[in-house]
Write a protein that binds this ligand. Structure first.
Ligand code: GLU
Length: 380
């Protein structure tokens, strides 16, 4: 699927709604939430399954607790906890006007990093959709320390889109999309209507537009999220949630916002999870021969090519693969042996494994099927 004309055929979409869309200086903008609920209901009635990722907890909490001064992390977590109740209650009411039920799902990055919890989350979302309930997801700010966070709901939204096998990811913000230059500084800035591929130059462009008095993502996180989903084969649109009737208009194929074309060679769901949701437990440093084999020839990683390792990991854990030559991370994979055993077999030919360990699980330290190679920016 590579054009907006395909949108009409889609069945499932994840819509991320930024704080700037549903909040103003007064807290939650209920009229905007009502309008969006109406649009989502319209999509539903056309047969579309919709999952929402909604920000706005912190902004709502500020209003509720009259805490408008800049807040540290602890305070923001408290604001989110208080505001999440108002946020969901407002969504609940907005959708009740259309006789539509909603459910709240709060997730941390750790939940999606754990393959079993990831599957549980997926099952819950699918069950809700089957029951005709709209899941509304937000980051569980209360328990997520900074280092354990998705960082922003754009990243969370893109993982959810992959999780639920969405046909489309729509990221609603208060800008019309991605611009060639910052539209607030340059009134003639051109909107980029179609992005063929997210590369380093485009990300740099988006990075300059980041700003976040309410939300946390900025344009950089949105473009990065769209780029990751494109690799997964899912198209995205970044559009203005304040534009009248934006959702049905987008689904009708209207050229609004920035459309991100999906890759023609998409990555499977498990590899996408491995690349972007899994939390690596360690590192394998590999020599030039192994780097060539995995980067250029599409081979598995053998013990012979491993020169050293970092971290404590078990068999089946995700580990990062580092090229010893430049010290750069070249990929991530699921390792077949625990760290003490890798320590014993590294540098040796695979036929030694049985003798050294007393058993052999496989010839490879990481099998190709469980290995994701990062794209180098130079190729982009
Ligand atoms: N979880 C935060 C909130 O609901 C927002 C994070 C974001 O905007 O990216 O307020």
């Amino acid at each position: 699927m590579s054009s907006r004309a395909d949108f009409k055929k889609f069945h499932r979409t994840v819509i991320k709604i930024g704080s700037r869309v549903i909040c103003n200086d007064q807290g939650l903008a209920l009229d905007r939430m009502r309008a969006l609920a109406g649009q989502v209901d319209l999509l539903r009635r056309r047969g579309m399954e919709v999952v929402l990722v909604s920000s706005g907890a912190v902004a709502a909490g500020r209003k509720k607790l009259k805490a408008f001064a800049p807040a540290n992390v602890k305070k923001k977590q408290a604001l989110a906890a208080a505001g999440q109740v108002s946020l969901m209650s407002a969504w609940d009411k907005a959708f009740a006007n259309h006789d539509v039920k909603v459910a709240q799902i709060l997730l941390t990055a750790d939940d999606l990093a754990d393959r079993r919890r990831f599957m549980h989350a997926k099952n819950t979302v699918f069950t809700l959709l089957e029951m005709d309930v709209i899941p509304i997801i937000n980051e569980n700010d209360t328990v997520a320390l900074d280092s354990l966070k998705f960082g922003d709901n754009d990243t969370l939204g893109s993982l959810i889109a992959s999780l639920v096998e969405a046909d489309l990811f729509i990221c609603l913000t208060d800008l019309d999309g991605l611009y060639e230059s910052d539209p607030r500084e340059n009134p003639d800035a051109q909107l980029i209507g179609r992005v063929e591929k997210v590369n380093a130059a485009l990300l740099a462009k988006a990075g300059r537009e980041g700003r976040a008095p309410f939300g946390t993502g900025g344009m950089f996180a949105k473009v990065r999220a769209a780029g990751r989903l494109a690799e997964r084969g899912v198209p995205s649109v970044i559009a203005n949630g304040l534009t009248r009737g934006i959702l049905p208009r987008l689904m009708d194929g209207e050229e609004l916002g920035s459309f991100f074309k999906p890759s023609a060679k998409p990555r499977g769901a498990r590899k996408h999870w491995l690349a972007f949701a899994a939390r690596p437990k360690g590192k394998l440093i590999i020599d030039a021969g192994a780097a060539k084999a995995i980067l250029e020839q599409g081979k598995s990683l053998l013990p012979k090519g491993v020169v050293s390792l970092e971290g404590l990991f078990a068999a089946g854990d995700p580990v990062v693969v580092v090229d010893a030559r430049q010290g750069n991370e070249v990929g991530v994979g699921l390792v077949n042996y625990p760290s003490p055993e890798v320590q014993s077999i590294m540098g040796r030919p695979s036929h030694d494994i049985q003798e050294v360990l007393g058993y052999s699980h496989s010839d490879e330290v990481i099998h190709r099927d469980n290995l994701v190679i990062y794209e180098s920016p130079a190729e982009n």
